[in-house]
Ligand binder design. Structure first.
Ligand code: NAD
Length: 531
């Protein structure tokens, strides 16, 4: 068995050192900026190409297509993809089942070395992958860097975790027995990611599945299939056997539903909205004819994340943390701050400083590295603008509130702050998933925590305070999967901040944490009499 320190087969590139997170680029360095512009120019020249489904290593075309568009310039087609439907479910499942026979028996060292190899090549092509995110989902350079860095972190972290898990010991060895605990693969999984971390989450759920010995049917979001296609090409280039990942862009409601319902689907790894997550949970609970297991569901869903600012907090730091958390990547992170809950004693001062900070945020073309770019699609833009109209009725518009038509056809929405939003109102309770921040006045710290906890979600949260006592209270009482103190509530780092939410935010799977791979395996206990 391999250990982290002394892997059995270092020849295929098992990285032996301790895990460290991938460094980000500093784009104030002109050479880095020049290289990023060159990567963007290269990818621009590859836009509009057609990609195939990949079933058991074979390229397959369908009559229906999915067009992935640039949100900042929707007449620009980023990629044309096949659209898997019900007819592709059986071929995808047979390919995955066939590959499972050998992949599940492949040594963990070999599976881990595939991930290390992917990390090596991805690191070399990091800016090119980042450039695809600029075009496909309107990430600026820094946001794209964070997404691909996290992808690299998942490669490096899950490979090490698989090696560690393979070396697990039972806590007790009975006299006269050899007692062991083996974490064996589950079977074929459906991997269903969202578009907002279209490389990191898509790759993270896929890599965790396959390094554990499973095979998958990967159905990327229809808003971001191109980056997924690029990643699967990279897996193939690194020697992934045919059928281990079957690449199937398709509609959630037809292909996705059919894969979830299939009797041979053993697990579903999903990240996305509360509505779709609950739907999958229910569908997965049904026993299909011929199904001999309870399907495992790993479901990470939405958030209504809050930052609480106490009366004694450093207001400037809190303003900065709220602005970054609320408007980074246009507020389209599951961890984004969508509620700022402010003590009434500093409320006006906080709002004044926040308004000034937010009005400095420039919105524009992500290819030019604008701090804020376009929201994902027209439907999302309309929903966001509807929420803003509702917010204008329920509260007081401080800044923003409009679509930015002056930037052309792209889906640009101003960073928007609406104050005096009452607890329990629509804007205070529902996930908007756009650049809209509701500010809520609290009578004191108790009241602030009560408001913060009073939604059905429980993903991220932050507290700004200088009081140790209040920090301890937040740790004990603020009911979220990822809590931050005196810092922003976005930007979880693999290994340091295992990620996953409570309540309707999901099954608290803690991606990037030491328990994550257990979800993709089943533990077999063996007690062997010896002597
Ligand atoms: P979504 O729920 O609309 O879609 C997610 C995926 O599910 C997509 O691939 C989609 O095609 C697929 N899908 C849709 N209907 C389906 C069905 N009936 N059966 C099977 N699959 C189906 O979410 P989205 O808009 O892509 O992403 C945004 C959401 O994701 C937000 O709610 C955000 O909070 C959440 N999110 C959560 C986390 C987390 O870690 N908790 C991380 C990122 C995003």
């Amino acid at each position: 068995m391999a250990t982290l320190e002394a892997p059995v087969r270092p020849r295929s590139g098992l990285h032996t050192g301790p895990f460290t997170t991938e460094p980000f680029f500093d784009f104030r360095n002109e050479e880095n900026a020049r290289r990023m512009r060159a990567a963007i120019a290269k990818v621009r020249g590859q836009l509009g190409r057609e990609y195939d489904l990949i079933l058991g290593g074979k390229r397959v075309k369908t009559a229906d297509k999915i067009k992935s568009l640039n949100p900042a310039s929707p007449s620009e087609v980023v990629g044309i993809h096949q659209k898997a439907g019900k007819d592709q479910v059986e071929p995808a499942m047979s390919a995955a089942l066939k590959a499972f026979e050998s992949w599940s028996r492949t040594s963990v060292e070999e599976r881990a070395s595939l991930l290390f190899h992917v990390a090596d090549l991805l690191r070399q092509r990091k800016m090119e992958f980042m450039a695809w995110l600029v075009f496909e989902v309107s990430k600026n350079w820094g946001e794209a860097d964070a997404d691909i860095s996290e992808t690299l972190d998942f490669c490096e972290f899950y490979a090490r975790e698989a090696l560690r898990l393979a070396n697990a010991k039972t806590p007790v060895q009975l006299p006269g027995e050899r007692d062991s605990l083996l974490y064996i693969p589950l079977g074929v999984g459906a991997v269903i990611p969202p578009w907002n971390f279209p490389c990191a989450i898509m790759a993270g759920m896929t890599l965790a599945s396959i390094v554990s010995g499973n095979t998958v049917i990967l159905k990327p979001s229809s808003d971001s299939p191109t980056i997924a296609a690029k990643f699967v090409e990279l897996l193939e280039e690194c020697g992934m056997p045919e059928g281990v990942v079957n690449f199937c862009p398709g509609a959630g409601a037809s292909f996705g539903d059919a894969v979830v319902a299939h009797p041979k689907t053993r697990f579903i790894a999903f990240t996305g909205s509360r509505e779709v997550g609950l739907h999958i949970n229910k569908a997965a609970a049904e026993q299909a004819p011929g199904q001999i297991w309870i399907k495992r569901t790993i479901l990470e869903m939405g958030g209504k994340d809050a930052i609480v600012v106490d009366a004694d907090a450093d207001i400037a730091a809190a303003v900065e943390g709220v602005a970054q958390s609320a408007f980074g990547f246009q507020g389209q992170k599951c961890s984004a701050c969508s509620r700022a809950i402010i003590d009434e004693r500093i409320y006006d001062k906080f709002l004044e400083q926040l308004k000034a900070r937010v009005e400095k945020i420039k919105v524009g073309d992500p290819a030019e590295n604008a701090p804020m770019a376009a929201v994902i699609n027209e439907g999302a833009m309309k929903t966001i603008l509807d929420y803003i109209e509702q917010g204008k009725k329920d509260g007081r518009l401080i800044t923003g509130g409009e679509r930015m038509k002056e930037l052309g056809e792209g889906y640009f929405v101003q960073p928007t702050v609406i104050a005096d939003i009452p607890p329990k109102s629509k804007l205070e309770q529902e996930e908007i998933f756009g650049p809209v921040l509701a500010v809520i006045k609290a009578r004191g710290f108790d009241h602030a925590l009560q408001i913060a906890n009073d939604t059905e979600f429980g993903l991220t949260g932050a507290v700004y305070t200088n009081s140790r006592d209040k920090i301890e209270r937040a740790i004990a009482e603020f009911h979220v999967g990822n809590l931050y103190i005196n810092r922003k509530c976005t930007g979880a780092m693999v290994g340091a901040h295992p990620f996953g939410g409570f309540n309707m935010s999901g099954t608290d799977s803690k991606s990037g944490g030491p328990d994550y791979l257990c979800l993709f395996t089943q533990a077999k206990s063996v007690g062997e009499k010896i002597g």
